[in-house]
Design a protein around this ligand. Structure first.
Ligand SMILES: NC(=O)c1ccc[n+]([C@@H]2O[C@H](COP(=O)([O-])OP(=O)(O)OC[C@H]3O[C@@H](n4cnc5c(N)ncnc54)[C@H](OP(=O)(O)O)[C@@H]3O)[C@@H](O)[C@H]2O)c1
Length: 243
């Protein structure tokens, strides 16, 4: 199968390319650094030409309001090119509970990305993942100040990026779901506790102060970022991943 992996140089995209190639598929990474710009459209027709499947693993350069325009423009451009190129399956990686958290600009942007896909002309699959274990450093940096890191008690169910990539690759070579598959890590932590576990494992002397108004995830009410129902649960525990 020929698979165009848009965002194929990123954290998830590069691993999806490896997994697909290991399974014998022709996976081609495309991104800014390979000459594709999904915002201007430069290189887009060539990138999807001849592809059976397009997997979109791009990310916005910012998580603020500008991310809404990023995902709107890029999805419209990508879907138009995919339709023109006769692509039979379009896969997007999204976030568990994304449509439940309109308070966050980035989550509204990702919800819009899903909506454009589901309303579009190409058969599709959406993989929704919980927060990547690899994302924890960025979360800690956001509210770190001197010797303390402020974090809210928001429930988080971290998953290893490698396990997200494996699921995306598997979904990409299957029949379009025209629906959503949810994947999550095996354990739920309050984010402040997750911060403590992380800093302790790294021998980082900073301490976590519980602050339900701190950082991006403070805006998330309840347990919307936790997988419910028939989500797939990946095997790797955060403490093992840290070790
Ligand atoms: N972080 C989480 O916990 C989490 C959870 C669930 C879902 N997700 C989703 O997972 C997806 C992938 O995330 P990631 O962390 O793997 O992303 P990433 O490492 O930041 O990679 C982003 C990719 O997008 C490409 N890109 C950015 N702007 C582009 C443009 N204008 N034209 C073409 N390519 C462009 C980059 O290309 P270059 O490398 O060439 O610049 C890179 O390949 C995101 O959509 C995110 O919403 C994330």
């Amino acid at each position: 199968m020929k698979i165009a992996v848009v965002g194929g140089t990123g954290l998830i995209g590069s691993q999806v390319v490896k997994n697909l190639r290991a399974a014998g598929h022709e996976a081609v990474p495309h991104s800014l650094s390979t000459g594709l710009d999904i915002i201007s459209g430069q290189g887009l027709e060539d990138a999807v030409a001849g592809a059976d499947v397009v997997v979109n693993l791009t990310n916005s350069p910012t998580f603020d309001e500008a991310s809404i325009e990023f995902f709107r423009t890029s999805m419209n451009n990508l879907l138009a090119a995919a339709e023109k190129g006769g692509v039979g399956h379009f896969v997007v990686l999204s976030i568990v509970g994304v449509d439940q958290v309109p308070q966050l600009d980035y989550y509204r942007a990702k919800t819009l990305q899903e909506e454009i896909l589901t309303a579009g002309p190409v058969p599709y699959s959406i993989v929704r993942a919980t927060q990547f274990m690899e994302f924890m450093d960025a979360v800690i940096s956001e509210t770190a100040e001197g010797d303390t890191v402020r974090l809210p008690r928001t429930p988080i169910q971290p998953i290893a990026a490698a396990e997200v990539a494996a699921t995306v690759a598997e979904v990409a070579v299957g029949a379009p779901l025209n629906g959503i598959v949810n994947i999550a890590g095996p354990d739920v932590y309050a984010l402040d506790e997750l911060g403590r576990v992380t800093l302790t494992a790294r021998g980082d002397g900073r301490s976590v102060v519980t602050d339900d108004s701190a950082g991006m995830f403070a805006a998330v009410p309840g347990d919307f970022l936790i997988a419910h129902g028939d989500a797939r649960i990946a095997p790797t525990h955060y403490t093992d991943w840290l070790a």
